[in-house]
Design a protein around this ligand. Sequence first.
Ligand SMILES: NC(=O)c1ccc[n+]([C@@H]2O[C@H](COP(=O)([O-])OP(=O)(O)OC[C@H]3O[C@@H](n4cnc5c(N)ncnc54)[C@H](O)[C@@H]3O)[C@@H](O)[C@H]2O)c1
Length: 357
Amino acid sequence: MLKIGIIGFGRMGRMFVKEILKNPLWQLAYICDCNQNSRQAAALIAPEAVITDNEDDIFADTSVNAVGLFALADSRFSQINKALKSGKHIMAEKPVASDTRTEWAIADAVERSDLIVTVNLFNRNAWYHKDIIDFIRSGEIGELAIVRIAHQTPGHMPQEGHDPEGPAFHDCGMHYVDVARWYANSEYASYHAQGVRMWSYDIPWWIQAHGTFQNGVVFDITQGFVYGHLAQVQTHNCYVDVIGTKGIARMTHDFKNATVELHGVTQTIIKTDAFKDKKADVMVDLFGRSILEGKNLGLPTVRDSVIASDMAWKMLHDAEKNGLPCIGKPEEMEEILARRRTMTNGYGLPAKNNVNK
Ligand SMILES: NC(=O)c1ccc[n+]([C@@H]2O[C@H](COP(=O)([O-])OP(=O)(O)OC[C@H]3O[C@@H](n4cnc5c(N)ncnc54)[C@H](O)[C@@H]3O)[C@@H](O)[C@H]2O)c1
């Protein structure tokens, strides 16, 4: 068994801890969180782990093979450095730091080490994206021309945390900036972005970016956590829509199941299977097997994360330059925040210190 210590027992930390406890490759040795309520919740869920508020307990323990870094972006740089110095493999949340220059320094340091280091770009562990990409690369849709992605939910609001990760288009949108680049199999060449200051909030919470990759593939990405927060019944609009010179491939999901529709020249495949949220089970297992085999068996890389983060910031700043219409009232935002404080089932709700949630 491999020993792991995790730092940050919030929404993501809890998701990963559940999968670590289920996976026979892993022994959960430590949970560190600076918040007393989170530590109490951790003690209930993992009674055999050491619960601490001092991350150095983990780095100093030479029997610990790996760390899971699930606190916020502002503490990741120092934690990654400590892990590299103490020879511990790393499974980190994104982004790996709260500014691009630091992120690039981390990518360089990680690539100089021989440790297994991965970032939770969860889409890269999703069966539905892998199916579509295999279909594209097989030539079934002809030459890839257009990649269209949308991720719009009544999700994480301003004032609900994640300040170091930036506005919605960076915090969440960097995932879709990564997915578009992965599909295009090329680097970004040009972009133009438009945002909206919803509820007259200072920062745009919905952005659409479009542009080109170096190989000529055209993209559009729409990300916003503004999708009907006050609707009687909440819904979302998330999809991938890929157009080739001969065929198309697309995916939608309802957060429970994902459906892939592949319309190629010789094959038509419609498939529905479990969506599986952040795919933490896949990540935890692949991370363990990669450490045991001494090589990355297909984990998302720090470089992919840093490129996505860097480009998401650039698109966000472009939106700021292109005029940001101000729509709605601050009172509407207050109403949304109040509703979310009492919701127990909703999109991207902050973690509550109740282990059953
Ligand atoms: N990959 C994804 O799809 C995805 C989704 C959501 C969040 N995230 C990322 O995961 C990270 C955590 O997000 P979350 O939603 O779980 O946040 P959260 O606020 O629910 O949890 C963060 C936890 O870390 C603790 N913490 C903060 N700083 C700490 C420190 N220095 N030492 C110890 N504990 C510390 C907090 O007390 C809190 O319990 C963020 O970086 C976020 O960007 C990724």
